[in-house]
Design a protein. Structure first.
Length: 366
């Protein structure tokens, strides 16, 4: 069975997050960019993947169309791991981080979807896990920079059944407001998105200590400064999490060897797809580090992360970006029930994205 076609499908789906306008760059973030990668085989099986595209959709689409597709068409669809490595090698001059690996991630996810469909099994069963699972989720809140809004959104998430909350705040009053709203029984994680120098991170981490946070995520810039992360974790005793900005298992090998984290967070749409994620999970297990998939996605990246979480023998928490979408590619699969997400048993990723939603929210930059 060979790859007959690779197509990039750009979508923009509006969402609301319940807070003030926020974003990176000049524009507020009000629409989710989702770059689907649809792969068709000569046997008539179609698979869907997702390439990370927040803020870079047009660039990643160009990589899929101009760099990935010409090399992938004609290759064996079932030789997923070897093809992934081959494309990494052929494209290494364009870089083994960022856009190239994002695009490759989309292809890889789609091929695993095809493999599951060909076998009549969901991906988590291909990876050796049993079915019938549900995964505990956490609400991954937006950055509100407003203590009252933080408290309000925390109350709303708990009312919907979430028993774990992640903040994206960088100031103490907002973290204090969350702890005050949630009490002592709801664990809080704090994702800061790489704002501080090592010295600033140490001061901030110690200031956060009274709030009993479960983990502190990406406190240092640059995120690949694993030596500084390791020192911070050792000196403060606060568990660190990182990995959404790491590409391929080689980055995670360096991270884990440095003793930089307690929780490794590979992002399936950025790390190199399911193939690389599985390697990262094995490395983390060998280093005694837990894997917590980074998954603020609503396309095939969400479905793939759910399949991978179900295949982790030590279990995992599942991240759900706490926003309200105008339309869902996967219906209520993206919604927690009692704070947990069901793992679908359909072949491949478990379900295909809704064709009507694709048609309604597909965009053209022409």
């Amino acid at each position: 069975m060979k790859i007959a076609a690779v197509e990039a499908i750009p979508l923009e789906i509006p969402f609301q997050h319940g807070g003030k306008p926020f974003g990176w760059g000049a524009e507020a973030w009000t629409r989710l960019s989702i770059l689907l990668v649809r792969v068709t085989t000569d046997a008539g099986i179609t698979g869907y993947g997702e390439a990370f595209s927040y803020g870079c959709r047009r660039a990643v689409q160009a990589v899929v169309e101009d760099m990935i597709a010409p090399l992938a068409v004609g290759a064996q669809a079932g030789d997923i791991i070897a093809l992934n490595r081959s494309l990494q090698q052929k494209l290494h001059l364009q870089g083994r981080h960022g856009l190239t690996i994002f695009a490759l991630s989309g292809l890889d996810i789609a091929l695993w979807d095809i493999a599951g469909k060909a076998a009549g099994l969901p991906v988590h069963r291909l990876l050796g896990a049993v079915g019938g699972k549900s995964i505990p989720g956490y609400a991954s809140l937006f950055r509100y920079s407003d203590p009252e809004l933080v408290a309000e959104r925390c109350h709303a998430a708990v009312a919907q059944g979430y028993r774990w909350i992640k903040l994206h705040e960088i100031h103490l009053p907002e973290v204090a407001a969350a702890r005050g709203a949630l009490g002592e029984d709801v664990p809080i994680m704090v994702d800061t998105n790489c704002p501080w120098t090592p010295a600033e991170a140490r001061r901030q981490a110690l200031a956060l200590e009274p709030y009993g946070i479960h983990w502190l995520e990406e406190p240092i810039f640059p995120p690949e400064d694993f030596a500084s992360l390791a020192r911070l974790q050792s000196e403060t005793g606060i568990a660190l999490a990182a990995g959404e900005n790491a590409c391929t298992a080689f980055d995670f090998h360096k991270m884990l060897a440095a003793g930089a984290v307690t929780y490794a967070q590979p992002s399936v749409t950025k790390v190199g797809g399911i193939s690389e994620f599985v390697q990262v999970a094995a490395l983390a297990r060998a280093h005694g580090v837990e894997v917590m998939p980074h998954s603020p996605y609503f396309g095939p990246g969400f479905a793939a992360s759910l399949q991978l979480a179900a295949a982790l023998p030590e279990g995992a928490l599942f991240e759900r970006l706490y926003v309200d979408l105008e339309a869902s590619l996967y219906g209520d699969l993206v919604d927690a029930a009692g704070g947990e997400f069901r793992v679908p048993e359909g072949p491949g990723l478990g379900a295909d994205p809704d064709a009507d939603v694709i048609a309604a929210y597909r965009v053209s930059d022409a």
